[in-house]
Design a protein around this ligand. Structure first.
Ligand code: NAD
Length: 489
């Protein structure tokens, strides 16, 4: 492309009924690593959502009556097409979100491909239930059918990864969908739309409406012909969605925020624990719902842990996301960067110690990235449990380290937040690992590891971290309606 071309803004369009359609107004989307507007995203509202829901409704009868095998083949084809363009998708995700190219190449896009392959396979293996009642001469069995038009709303931190984690099971089960990605990270969803026809996805099966939560998102949530909403995002938005969908009695799946503890006992293998806990704190700039943000270390190893942890954290270089040697890219927006920085300031004001990162170490950025939204991995110690830094989701490269004495005490403190998404436990005592895992109020507990997922098993949070679970069986149950049929012979 010429210079003029490469500087021109990328303009996205909605994808409705198998066609790209322009919108009457647009929102600016920023490149977080430069601070420049580089893309314009449709600012859709009721009208666009209405058109998309109509297209999805029209496509439902044919799509829902296809055999699971036919749908499976289409999903596999789509996975192949995304995989074929993996590098282009990874570049786009990194530019749009600020994440490192390495993370986009090795996590985001491969997982999006895997989401389609996984549900293409798992949809072929579900078995429904059957019971007999010989004395009544009856057999009962259950049958499952797709629900209809599914509304899918996703956040900005893992854009294509989380959107496809919803689209894949929804359409595998025979539903049609209207998806609304985050207005801050819409590009890869738009790129995926370009592949749908070639994959054999019929027009109207997948519709994507771009825009803000308040306008496009809410129109989708309030639409009477959308009986189920699968949402991943913040707890605050989930409350609003719950209120707005209540008059329609919609089926909701809510995957929300976390304030995830790591519990490190004095018999932990620190050579494994320290690099993994640095990764669980700072991967994707700390912008993963599963990131560790409260580290409880048993008193006997506290000083050694802190010293080695800070040394390891300092190895994570912050800078241009397209540089493959960089571990920490840019945060999503200027507002978000300010919010995360303010937490560090509040902790300092309360008397906590910032051991490295924000306000302590210099941040050197290449000339092209001076206006980007960057922050160094930041470790804070001596924070009180009741401090906002230990209670609220920060969602940035900030982690707090505190000491504990006993198992009983640490379970109580780890559970002492409103969230309950994920936890990690580090110990070489297998009995202790089981005991602690059972007592933690957390939808996921990783012991001696982090972020190792089998998509067959349930994913989701307790307390303010969500309602419902996603996974092979759980997503199948969410995206289908079950019926019990009784036959008397
Ligand atoms: P957010 O709640 O601000 O936005 C999420 C999505 O909801 C966006 O598409 C947004 O446009 C839309 N939205 C906003 N208001 C809406 C409304 N009134 N009606 C309908 N839709 C609306 O969240 P975010 O800032 O994009 O993402 C970060 C949050 O997501 C964090 O809290 C993080 O923990 C959470 N998250 C959870 C998981 C999980 O699986 N549990 C995964 C990733 C992120």
């Amino acid at each position: 492309p010429t210079m003029a071309h490469s500087k021109a803004l990328l303009v996205l369009e909605n994808f409705i009924g198998g066609k790209f359609v322009p919108c009457s107004s647009y929102i600016d989307s920023y490149n977080p690593s430069t601070g420049n507007v580089y893309c314009r995203v449709p600012d859709s509202g009721k009208e666009e959502v209405e058109a998309a829901v109509r297209a999805a409704k029209d496509a439902f009868p044919v799509w829902s009556s296809k055999s699971p095998l036919e749908r499976s083949q289409i999903l596999n084809k789509l996975a192949d097409l995304i995989e074929h363009d993996l590098e282009a998708f990874a570049q786009a995700e990194s530019k749009d979100q600020g994440k490192t190219i390495t993370f986009a190449r090795t996590v985001d896009i491969p997982r999006a491909v895997h989401n389609f392959r996984f549900f293409a396979s798992s949809i072929l293996h579900h078995v429904t239930e059957c019971t007999e009642m010989p004395t009544m001469g009856c057999v009962h069995y259950t049958s499952r059918a797709p629900v209809g038009v599914a509304g899918l709303i996703s956040p900005w931190n893992l854009p294509l990864y989380l959107l496809t984690w919803k689209i894949a099971p929804a359409i595998a089960c025979g539903n049609t969908v209207v998806a609304k990605p985050s207005e801050m990270t819409s590009v890869t969803a738009w790129m995926m739309c370009k592949l749908l026809e070639k994959a054999g996805v019929p027009p109207g099966v997948v519709n994507v409406v771009f825009g803000t939560g308040a306008k496009a998102g809410e129109a989708l949530v309030c639409h009477p012909d959308v009986p189920l909403i699968s949402f991943t995002g913040s707890t605050l938005t989930a409350q609003r969605i719950t209120e707005k969908s209540a008059p329609h009695c919609k089926r909701l799946s809510l995957e929300l925020g976390g304030k995830n503890p790591a519990i490190i006992f004095d018999d932990a293998d620190l050579s494994q624990c320290i690099p993994t806990t640095v990764r669980s704190s700072f991967a994707n700039q700390g912008e993963i719902c599963l990131c560790t943000s409260r580290i409880f270390v048993q008193r006997g190893i506290y000083s050694e842990f802190l010293k080695r942890f800070v040394e390891e954290a300092k190895k994570w270089k912050t800078g241009n996301p397209s540089d493959p040697t960089i571990s920490v890219g840019a945060l999503i927006s200027k507002e978000h960067l300010e919010k995360v920085r303010n937490y560090v300031k509040k902790a300092q004001a309360e008397g906590a110690r910032v051991l490295c990162g924000e306000g302590v170490d210099p941040l050197a950025l290449p000339p092209g990235n001076q206006k980007g939204y960057f922050m160094l991995p930041t470790v804070i110690a001596e924070v009180k449990d009741e401090s906002c830094c230990m209670q609220e989701e920060i969602f940035g490269p900030v982690t707090c380290v505190v000491a504990f004495d006993t198992e009983e005490e640490v379970i109580k403190r780890a559970n002492g937040v409103k969230y309950g998404l994920a936890a990690t436990v580090w110990s070489s005592n297998v009995g202790r690992v089981h005991r602690v895992a059972h007592k933690l109020q957390s939808g996921l507990v990783w012991t001696n590891c982090w972020l190792v997922r089998d998509l067959n098993l349930p994913f989701g949070g307790m307390k303010a971290s969500g309602i419902g679970r996603e996974g092979a069986k759980d997503s199948y149950e969410f995206f289908t309606e079950v019926k019990t049929i009784t036959i008397k012979h």
